[in-house]
Design a protein around this ligand. Structure first.
Ligand SMILES: *Cc1c(COP(=O)(O)O)cnc(C)c1O
Length: 459
């Protein structure tokens, strides 16, 4: 059937733009005009190529409005994390505590003493607010904060290693993700990497034998995202610090995750703890703000004043500097570690610590919400969840999940609908969608049930 006769019913662009005047305030007249032109072009070519479309005035207006909405809707939005991966890097890593988020909001919505010394009535330093707190909490002489831990490592090396040799074990030449690889970062920083040992074994003597008059530092990197098992040996931080200091060589430790509380009762024993690392007398330590610390994206550097003072003067510090919202959120996150409230306050820790009995109740509640929906089968199942975010590799936490099957709809199709139409991210296993309740926030269960109901009813 030839629909070309409809071409003459297509509205004129100017007229369509005028009819959509109510959208000008929201999107601007230019954007509305562009979308009108695009929609009319699309419709024209559809009709010319023998296709069909509704050219009634209302239908055309609707098409333009939908297009504008699709283009200009907020692109970054919240999603429901039903994967059970607590620190999901793709889903934004740590969820902030209520107090940290409030602090960020306050910093955003008012002026602050960010770089103003209230006592002196003069210019201050943005690092002063958090430095004392970080020193008190970690026992360090000095501290500073940059954009993320990758920047922290870059700043440390470019301050301490430029023109010098840095000794690092072959077992610790890690890739964190993206293009963050220890050898490349070293090259960027102007230091010379001296690799010692082998992939599986490095001895203290390897470090000692590598020392010469140009050795600038020993570097230890936590192998955050993988595990080498079997015939292995790594040199402890204590030993590195001891032999380093005997030879006047500073020791740098990229600790990765920034664990500040004890999770060993959950079997999380291989994650280095900030406080224990500091006790070794290590010269400089760095870790992320948004991994196991549970705060905003940041790179935290603590250690000896002489080195950190030099870092503060490095021009990279300006390039890596942190904004006021991050400072505010980080300060509140750290304040949660003062007393015993971190497990309650900080969602990352609370989720990792959620007892199986509580997870079981949550799963049963979700299952109950799903019961009775036409064409839907579901059940509570035992599962394992991962901490994620390049931390705690190879360790799994016992969890509870709910699997769901929708009649006449494959798990892959269900997952796609959940993801695209409801921003619900879940796993698929054995041709069922699986919701791990560990990472669900308050109210997520109701949204999941609602989405499943709609999908099952073909809405
Ligand atoms: C995660 C990680 C980094 C990178 O930290 P970001 O905060 O993501 O930039 C660097 N080193 C180690 C050992 C890590 O685990």
């Amino acid at each position: 059937m030839d629909n070309r006769h409809k071409l003459r019913n297509l509205p004129k662009i100017d007229e369509l733009v005028m009819r959509l005047e109510r959208l000008h305030e929201v999107y601007g007249k230019d954007m509305v005009t562009t979308s009108c032109r695009e929609i009319i072009d699309e419709m024209r070519s559809t009709l010319l190529s023998g296709g069909d479309c509704d050219v009634a005035p209302q239908a055309v207006e609707m098409a333009v409005e939908n297009k504008l909405q699709a283009i200009y809707a907020p692109h970054l939005h919240s999603v429901i994390n039903a994967t059970g991966v607590v620190l999901h890097t793709n889903l934004g890593r740590a969820v902030l505590s209520e107090r940290a988020a409030r602090a960020a909001y306050m910093a955003a919505r008012s002026y602050s003493n960010l770089e103003y010394d209230i006592e002196k009535g003069a210019r201050g330093s943005r690092y002063s607010h958090i430095e004392k707190l970080l020193c008190r909490l970690t026992g360090a002489e000095s501290a500073m904060v940059v954009n993320n831990n990758a920047a922290a490592v870059m700043l440390i090396l470019s301050t301490m290693a430029k023109g010098h040799e840095v000794v690092c074990s072959r077992g610790e030449l890690v890739e964190i993700g993206g293009a963050f690889r220890v050898p490349e970062i070293m090259a960027q920083s102007g230091g010379t990497l001296v690799e010692v040992g082998t992939t599986n074994k490095t001895h203290l003597s390897d470090y000692v034998n590598a020392v010469n008059e140009n050795t600038g530092a020993f570097l230890k990197v936590h192998t955050s995202n993988f595990k080498v098992v079997g015939f292995t040996e790594e040199v402890s931080l204590e030993d590195m610090v001891r032999v380093g200091h005997e030879r006047n060589i500073p020791v740098i430790y990229d600790l990765g995750s920034g664990l500040m509380c004890d999770l060993s009762d959950l079997g999380i024993c291989d994650e280095p703890k900030v406080l224990e690392a500091m006790k070794t007398g290590v010269d400089v330590l760095s870790f992320s703000g948004d991994k196991l610390l549970g705060g905003p994206q940041a790179g935290i550097i603590v250690g000896k004043k002489e080195y950190i003072d030099r870092m503060k003067k490095n021009p990279l510090t300006r390039a890596f500097r942190v904004d006021k919202m991050t400072f505010a959120a980080l300060e509140e996150t750290m304040r949660s570690y003062l007393g015993s409230s971190c497990e309650k306050d900080i969602p990352t820790i609370a989720m990792i610590r959620r007892p199986v009995e509580e997870l079981d109740l949550r799963a049963k509640k979700l299952k109950k919400l799903l019961t009775g929906i036409n064409g839907v089968t579901s059940a509570v199942m035992r599962e394992k969840s991962q901490v994620g975010g390049g931390s705690v590799p190879g360790e799994f936490l016992d969890t509870r999940a709910v699997w769901v099957e929708i009649k006449d709809l494959s798990a892959a199709a269900t997952e796609e609908k959940l993801r695209k139409e409801y921003s619900i991210i879940c796993r698929v296993a054995k041709d069922r969608v699986v919701f791990d309740v560990r990472t669900l926030l308050d109210g997520d269960d109701k949204k999941i049930a609602e989405a499943i109901r709609n999908i099952s009813e073909g809405k």
